[in-house]
Design a protein around this ligand. Sequence first.
Ligand code: AMP
Length: 309
Amino acid sequence: MSLLVVGTVAFDAIETPFGKTDKIVGGAATYISLAASFHTKDIGLVSVVGGDFPKEKIAFLNSKGIDTSGLEIKEDEKSFFWSGKYHNDMNTRDTLATELNVLLDFDPKVPNDQTAPDFLMLGNLDPDLQAKVLDQMTKRPKLIAMDTMNFWMDMKLDQLKKNIARIDVLTINDEEARQLSGEYSLVKAAKLILSWGPKYLIIKKGEHGALLFDKENNVFFAPALPLEEVFDPTGAGDSFAGGFIGYLAATKDISFDNLKRAVIIGSAMASFTVEKFGTQRLEAISPQEVDQRLQAFNNLVQVDIALAH
Ligand code: AMP
């Protein structure tokens, strides 16, 4: 298996200044695996849903090369539900509801043929469950990336820190980096978090792009593409993670230079997601559109500049 993705597969209800949705399909692992599927096939998805989750969505994921044999369906229970409301700047949001439902007694089981993936992406999920998946790996993946959020920092900080010591790349947003480290400066926050174990830290800054740090104090910055309309930022971070790990899984190169490319691919995938509610945009992108967007990123950051001396 090239890439194993773990995380929530969920229903979301979203409110933005542009409108409101009823329950729509979301979840960290949904966005991650869809975004990754543009870059690599042979993806396994480990998660859980209730009997209320639409079977045609699962079939759609399968049509994108995502193997859902590790997606448990608990017919008599309800899927994880999250609801959030964005402020006018679209960079900040309030969580209105988090109903764990099927997640409460979820015991993830990685299918036997998926326990030795080349790449592992632990999407946002209860840190105890992320650890259970790590424990089931029969061979250490080439690279393990993990995402999390403030909710789990509040609820399960000890387990989260144990997980951080076992992975290679942590992806969090700026607010979460500050909460986790207790440092306001993102450079100091990165230094501290990297001292806990991971080789790389990615700090996502919404419309202000993303920073990639390594232990040798190298920093790379990828801007977010300036978009005329940001409709719904939900899943931007997960689409970023999916593009990032999907590209690494496709190229199998984990050098810092290739991680920089992966950060740009991640930013490109996130820029699609925010253009429509939920996974709608991600479900309908063409390879040509991905190419055009990568070109737009190239144009955005390329400059020839002579040194003064
Ligand atoms: P993002 O906008 O990238 O931070 O991710 C939004 C997705 O995360 C939504 O589709 C939610 O279903 C999912 N989500 C929200 N809260 C949690 C949580 N506490 N644990 C796991 N996934 C969550």
